[in-house]
Design a protein around this ligand. Structure first.
Ligand SMILES: Cc1cc2nc3c(=O)[nH]c(=O)nc-3n(C[C@H](O)[C@H](O)[C@H](O)COP(=O)(O)OP(=O)(O)OC[C@H]3O[C@@H](n4cnc5c(N)ncnc54)[C@H](O)[C@@H]3O)c2cc1C
Length: 281
């Protein structure tokens, strides 16, 4: 199958991107790495009238680590983040990135594109939620910043308006006493996950100050829960699974199977994050 006809524009400035999107109304779509959008077009799952290619916009390919934040611009490729030494300041990101499709896809696919696409089984939205990343949007009414917890509105849906563009994602760098865990179960490496978790534990001396699990692949969006009170209690993680996993079963696994995956992965990776936190306390 081939894509339905569309117009293609490649603005050179962010202002022009915003103007093109405003002109296009609900017919416009941002094109970043194209790794999700192009298959959608080719299968005619979407028929946008105008593609606004952001790859020529100056500055969107910047990646900076300043004042406790790793800022990843809208056209920064996933593979670049994976390889850049500064990414080690955000260990959860480097743990998760190798699970995003295959290396070839990551060479084109962008971190921001994955967030904007909002696939419920994608790894990076869960990382953003687990870390409390901040997402910067630009539109005709100016710019605004949205916390990851408020960014995902449902399956393949975010709060980015038709005339807005995601400019950058800001991930907090790891603090002293903070440890992380990440795991997923997929049928083959590179497939979307049947269930997965990103975990973060922060300690202060012997005290656990924060412990959170973000699940993905088990609901219509990432689901984050405070697990500070159940760190050593596998039965409580099994109970939590009933509250977190609300996807209907399918040919790849029943709801019960996904609940079991979540409970095991969440308990294991929370323990791993706790152990890592104690090491860097
Ligand atoms: C075979 C295959 C396997 C894959 N496996 C995985 C996987 O295991 N895990 C995973 O997470 N992903 C997977 N992907 C998706 C891949 O990671 C994509 O790179 C990613 O989802 C989208 O990034 P992109 O830059 O290619 O975005 P695009 O394809 O260009 O865009 C995707 C969507 O986001 C919107 N968008 C993109 N950038 C912006 C922006 N800056 N502002 C506003 N809207 C924007 C577009 O309009 C479009 O709707 C897979 C893809 C394929 C083809």
């Amino acid at each position: 199958m081939k894509a339905a006809p569309f117009a293609y524009v490649r603005p050179a400035t962010l202002d022009d991107v915003v103007a093109e999107l405003a002109d296009a109304g609900d017919e416009g779509k941002v094109l970043a790495g194209g790794q999700s959008l192009v298959p959608v077009l080719a299968m005619r799952l979407g028929r946008p009238g105008v593609l606004v290619d952001i790859n020529e916009v100056d500055g969107l390919d910047a990646m900076d680590e300043v004042d406790g934040v790793l800022r990843v611009g809208a056209t920064v490729r996933q593979r670049r983040v994976e390889r850049d030494p500064r990414s080690r300041t955000v260990p959860l990101l480097t743990k998760a990135l190798p699970f995003v499709g295959h290396r070839e896809l990551r060479s084109r696919g962008t971190v921001c594109g994955s967030l904007a696409h909002a696939d419920p089984a994608a790894e990076l939205p869960a990382v953003a939620c687990c870390l409390g990343a901040r997402l910067e949007l630009a539109g005709p009414r100016g710019s605004r910043t949205v916390g990851a917890a408020d960014f995902f509105a449902g399956a393949m849906t975010t709060v980015v308006a038709d005339d807005e563009v995601l400019v950058a994602a800001e991930f907090p760098t790891a603090r002293r006493g903070e440890g992380f865990g990440f795991a997923e179960i997929a049928r083959r490496h590179g497939d979307f996950a049947l269930a997965g978790v990103a975990t973060r534990v922060r300690t202060d001396g012997d005290d656990v100050v924060e412990a959170v699990v973000t699940a993905f692949g088990v609901s219509d969006r990432p689901v984050t829960r405070d697990v500070r009170d159940i760190l050593d209690d596998p039965a409580a993680f099994r109970e939590l699974a009933r509250n977190v996993v609300d996807t209907a079963g399918d040919g790849h696994g029943s709801t019960g199977y996904r609940r079991r995956l979540f409970a095991v992965l969440a308990a294991r990776e929370t323990a791993a994050a706790y152990a890592a936190a104690k090491e860097v306390a």
